[in-house]
Design a protein. Structure first.
Ligand SMILES: Cc1ncc(COP(=O)(O)O)c(C=O)c1O
Length: 380
């Protein structure tokens, strides 16, 4: 089963690819489907981009809504989560001394976004310091909530963190925010196709996710979900046709964000094919097997390095971040690639140097065995 699955991807067979978390690989069927849409567009661009695009996008949004547990009309496609969060952050009209609360685990590009937006509006950007090791949910939440003040207007938090690969307890955080009238904006870039997701049940104000990561959709497919009551407050970063010329069968939210002239929409049309691939290959079962491997190999790593886990086992999904006793992460990453053909991120986070491995459909246990062997050799 494993090798059949691996052969459905286009990855170079000589490469051990352990970085799905940064840039996910696409199955052949998904890339072929993208090609079909592009051929259809080029046969008659007016027909696809003008006459047909609106119902096609609605169909794709509905399929995605069904997958992530919300109405298709409550989400719009964006190229990536950073675009989506920029649209939101710039729409909020933050005021002097309003506080935006996030954590030191925030994704780097979005750290820059909030820092700049808060500077422009004279709001305060506060990052709760939640250093590893994280020992328990209660301890984590108490510490995080201790940063909330009467001026907190926004909580912006990752559902699965980028650098530290932890699943954060966003259910409790959203509930806490709701009870205090604080806007809960969730960065779920890593969640769709990684964890079962039901946005309606979670009930955040705003949620963004990437389809081109764990859902294996083509690069440049992500989404922004906005609760109905807030949709008129969130503006697209680009004012285009949908600003004034509204298609009557669509809400102002959909018109303003979706109708963007000659922007290439074909990657968005491939999302139903990506969902079919996930379902045909039992993504949830496969994810559980990968998760078990991620946890057991973390134990092996920790023993080898005589190191500590940065979070409990049940905070891990299909990625794990391990502390490494090295000084030069770039050189270590290059050695893994050049000597062992292993593609994996190695970087500094706060005051620790770490490596993060990801496991998806095409990975096998031997990939992680090879990684552990290579790390051991390089450290020796
Ligand atoms: C937690 C998190 N948020 C957001 C993103 C958004 O990525 P991009 O830079 O493509 O917008 C990523 C990408 O890895 C991420 O890990």
């Amino acid at each position: 089963m494993t090798s059949k699955l691996t052969s459905q991807f286009l990855l170079d067979p000589k490469l051990t690819y352990l970085n799905h978390g940064s840039f996910g690989a696409c199955p052949k069927s998904v890339i072929e489907n993208l090609g079909k849409w592009q051929m259809r567009m080029e046969k008659d661009p007016v027909q696809l981009l003008d006459a047909d695009i609106s119902p096609l996008l609605a169909n794709s949004r509905n399929a995605l809504g069904n997958f992530v547990g919300c109405e298709g009309d409550d989400l719009v496609y964006y190229p990536n989560p950073t675009h989506a969060v920029n649209a939101v952050a710039r729409s909020l009209k933050l005021k002097l001394d309003d506080e935006v609360l996030s954590t030191n685990h925030i994704y780097g590009a979005l750290d820059f976004t909030w820092k700049q937006v808060c500077k422009d509006t004279k709001a305060k950007f506060i990052k709760a310091e939640l250093p590893p090791p994280i020992k328990s949910k209660d301890e984590f939440l108490n510490k995080f909530f201790s940063y909330v003040s009467a001026r907190t207007r926004v909580i912006f938090i990752s559902h699965i963190t980028s650098m530290t690969a932890m699943i954060f307890p966003v259910e409790e955080i959203i509930q806490f925010a709701r009870e205090r009238d604080i806007l809960a904006i969730i960065d779920g870039a890593h969640v769709p196709g990684h964890l079962p997701l039901n946005i309606t049940a979670l009930d955040p104000d705003i949620y963004t996710g990437a389809c081109h990561k764990w859902m294996c959709a083509p690069k440049g497919t992500s989404f922004l979900y906005v609760k109905k009551s807030l949709q008129n407050d969130i503006m697209p970063p680009v004012i285009s046709w949908g600003w004034e010329m509204e298609l009557p069968d669509k809400s102002p939210f959909l018109n303003k964000h979706e109708w963007q002239g000659t922007r290439d929409m074909t990657p968005f049309l491939v999302v139903p094919e990506a969902i079919k691939f996930l379902n045909d290959n039992n993504w949830q079962e496969r994810g559980k097997l990968n998760r078990a491997l991620v946890v057991s190999k973390r134990n092996q790593f920790l023993e080898l390095l005589n190191s500590r886990p940065i979070c409990p086992d049940d905070w891990l999904g299909q990625m794990a971040t391990i502390e490494l006793p090295i000084d030069d992460p770039l050189q270590f990453k290059q050695s893994l690639l050049e000597k062992y053909n292993i593609q994996i991120p190695v970087f500094t986070w706060g005051n620790i140097t770490v490596l993060r491995y990801s496991m998806h459909f095409y990975n096998k246990e031997e990939d992680l065995n090879r990684l552990i062997g290579a790390v051991k050799e390089l450290l020796d």
